[in-house]
Design a protein around this ligand. Structure first.
Ligand code: RB5
Length: 154
């Protein structure tokens, strides 16, 4: 599986650690930026969008995003149709975000959690499977919201 990674300056160190962690498990890990931890003027919507578009286009299957809180970069990703990005700080939510919501991106805050917690979150996210059934209908309802707004000429 190809996994797209993205971060702003605040998340670069944790992103690189997560890439190594997942590479060790056999995942193909690709970094969509940003790359310079000293560029404090970079903006989280840029890598959030790049990773989301890589998944939406089929170039990658899942994504990992990191910024200071994990919030801004997940909001950016969630603007791209077909993306369900979960920002979370503990493994239980990460697993349920796949099992119930079929999330395709996990987002974390480098200023909120430590490396070991991040690894546990990533492991929970990548080992979980979507359960379908009653959850499939609800995920389809999310897609319907995207379609409804995509059809508007405003
Ligand atoms: C950057 O200072 C910070 O605002 C960003 O990394 C993130 O926390 C935004 O949600």
């Amino acid at each position: 599986m190809k996994v797209a990674f993205g971060s702003d300056h605040a998340g670069i160190e944790l992103k690189l650690q997560l890439m190594e962690h997942l590479k060790d498990q056999g995942y193909e890990c690709v970094d969509y930026g940003n790359f310079d931890p000293n560029d404090r003027g970079d903006d989280y919507p840029v890598p959030g969008r790049k990773v989301a578009e890589a998944i939406a286009s089929g170039e990658a299957q899942k994504g990992v995003l990191v910024c200071g809180t994990g919030v801004g970069i997940s909001l950016a990703a969630n603007k791209v149709p077909g993306i369900r990005a979960c920002c979370c700080s503990e493994p239980a939510t990460a697993a349920l975000s796949v099992r119930h919501n079929n999330c395709n991106i996990i987002s974390m805050g480098a200023r909120i959690i430590g490396r070991e917690e991040a690894f546990m979150i990533a492991d929970a996210f990548f080992s979980a499977k979507f359960e379908g059934g009653r959850h499939a209908k609800r995920v389809e309802m999310l897609s319907a919201i995207e379609r409804d707004y995509g059809d508007r000429n405003c």
